[in-house]
Design a protein around this ligand. Sequence first.
Ligand code: PHE
Ligand code: FE
Length: 287
Amino acid sequence: MLTPDNPLRGDYSHMAADYTVAQEWAAYSAEDHALYQRLFERQAARLPGYACDEFIEHVHELASDGIPRFERANELLGRATGWQIVGVPGLIPDDVFFRHLANRRFPVTVWLRKPEEFDYIVEPDVFHDFFGHVPLLMNPVFADYLQEYGRGGMKALSLGGLGYLARLYWYTVEFGLIDTPQGLRTYGAGILSSGGEILHCIDSPAPHRVRFELMRVMQTEYRIDRFQDTYFVIDSYDQLFRETAQDFAPLYERLRGLPTIDPSVTVAGDALVAPVSHYDTHRRSAA
Ligand code: PHE
Ligand code: FE
């Protein structure tokens, strides 16, 4: 929780009006680069069979030794989808965040976690933001979805729909699963940058995996301090784009009259997807 006792740890004193800062790549220490490299290698080994193909392809394309240079990523992103990443000191206000997305700019935190936070960190750092979020910005459909989400966010702010829209972000951009011809995979950044949840979300019999249904998602609460109890499964990024293209204003109206769904339960009408067993492969030994 971000409270006065637990303030944001980034340095917000040198930023521009839009909350951006220079990455200052030369200022990272050798220890920072080595830590990022260890995080990358642990996570890269866990991707096959768990992450969607396009994520795996682009994460390697964007990879470098140690902490990546934003400038180089921006050359690749610019060519692929016209997105850019901008450095930020950490979490930024909702309206600022949405405006960046609506202009195809993804805010990436510039600082890296400490070695003792290898497995778990409370605030997003450069590893979560870059490793988790940037690869899919290379995918044209996902890139368009995120821009539309930014526009939708500015609209939600004026309609009082922010809480509902935040659930959609959580259950897609951060913790989404996708059904592919090869099996269930994840495209969610919160999972992809997590050493434990990437295995759990695909293999574990514990969580519910529910086929994506827009209103169902926006009715569902989420927990930020533990593995998710429910994941929502899309068929394609096209589906995501299509189903969120409608005007959300009437949806927000309806949602105000609908009950909130606890993430630990399923409800009538849910189409469930079974977990994938990887017992017959070598992957468990890599975990
Ligand atoms: N179509 C939504 C609206 O009218 C905006 C949106 C687009 C939301 C894409 C999420 C994702 O508010
Ligand atoms: Fe994130």
